[in-house]
Design a protein around this ligand. Structure first.
Ligand SMILES: NC(=O)c1ccc[n+]([C@@H]2O[C@H](COP(=O)([O-])OP(=O)(O)OC[C@H]3O[C@@H](n4cnc5c(N)ncnc54)[C@H](OP(=O)(O)O)[C@@H]3O)[C@@H](O)[C@H]2O)c1
Length: 261
């Protein structure tokens, strides 16, 4: 087979980004729109959805305003209907939602454990299943799903058990989903420490944590959400036509900095 130039782009794709109104998801949604993809960015809060939708529209691509709560199947199914009606199909799903309440293994109550799992893990299962089925029913068989995992799965961050466990499950789910959903591709990105509203307080500049992380990271700093976008574009693009079941770490060399003299 002779190599044919395959651009790393999402131009012309129809994408939905759940958790696309803040941080990493917002950067991916706006990055996709800037590249020429039609994008619907959604989350629970109407105001946030309205704001990011306005920014996407400014790029001259197709979009619409709809809220979605991944904790509820009916909400995810309603999103699928709106996406199919507005964009005429769906080629890319990005799951970039949820937060991380910090609680020790000794203290985390059952209700909180279940809440985290229902969003961070079951939300990924729900959205992936609903949109992979929609992709399977289309003529085009080049769908791509990008899950946002976390570097935390290969670390031991204290008091982050429910979150880290859910993200570990996400990686296992990604590998199985890659088999079950093929030829739709399913991959994950594992961001390292990234400056978003989620981490604004915990890892704020000037804090002990911020300095320790920057010191250990090869790039000498935390990531900006826009620095995660390139990997999402690659995984969603036709250039990644044989990449599936993979977890791509984007951590600025944090893991590489484990050994310090
Ligand atoms: N920042 C980091 O350092 C870092 C590192 C590794 C992994 N990650 C992962 O990257 C993803 C994005 O994190 P981020 O830092 O960008 O956080 P963020 O700025 O807080 O954004 C989280 C997004 O998720 C949405 N969301 C929360 N619960 C939802 C639900 N039930 N249904 C639908 N949308 C929901 C939020 O909007 P609403 O509140 O309006 O719903 C928001 O748009 C998360 O999965 C996080 O675990 C982040």
């Amino acid at each position: 087979m002779a190599y044919e130039h395959t651009p790393v782009t999402v131009a012309g794709k129809r994408a939905v980004v759940i958790g696309g109104t803040s941080g990493i998801g917002r950067a991916i949604a706006l990055g996709f729109a800037a590249e020429g993809a039609d994008v619907i960015a959604t989350s629970r809060e109407e105001k946030r959805v309205a704001e990011v939708t306005r920014e996407i529209r400014e790029q001259g691509v197709e979009t619409t305003e709809i809220t979605c709560n991944v904790a509820e199947r009916a909400s995810v199914e309603a999103l699928r209907e709106e996406v199919l009606e507005t964009l005429g199909g769906v080629d890319v799903l990005v799951n970039s939602f949820g937060g991380a309440a910090r609680q020790s293994v000794l203290d985390v109550p059952e209700a909180e454990w279940k809440r985290v799992m229902n969003v961070q893990l079951s939300g990924v299962y729900r959205a992936t299943q609903v949109f992979a089925r929609a992709m399977a029913e289309q003529d085009r068989q080049d769908g791509s799903i990008v899950e946002i995992g976390s570097l935390s799965t290969s670390l031991s961050i204290p008091e982050l058990a429910a979150y880290t466990t859910a993200k570990g499950g996400l990686e296992a789910f990604t590998r199985v989903a890659a088999r079950d959903c093929a030829p739709t591709r399913v991959n994950a990105i594992r961001p390292g420490f990234t400056e978003t509203p989620l981490t604004a307080e915990t890892y704020a500049e000037g804090t002990h944590r911020h300095e320790r992380i920057a010191e250990r990271t090869a790039m000498g700093r935390l990531a900006q959400p826009e620095e995660i976008v390139g990997a999402a574009i690659y995984l969603a693009s036709d250039a990644a036509s044989y990449t599936t079941g993979e977890c791509v770490t984007i951590d600025g060399g944090f893991a590489a900095g484990a050994f310090q003299e």
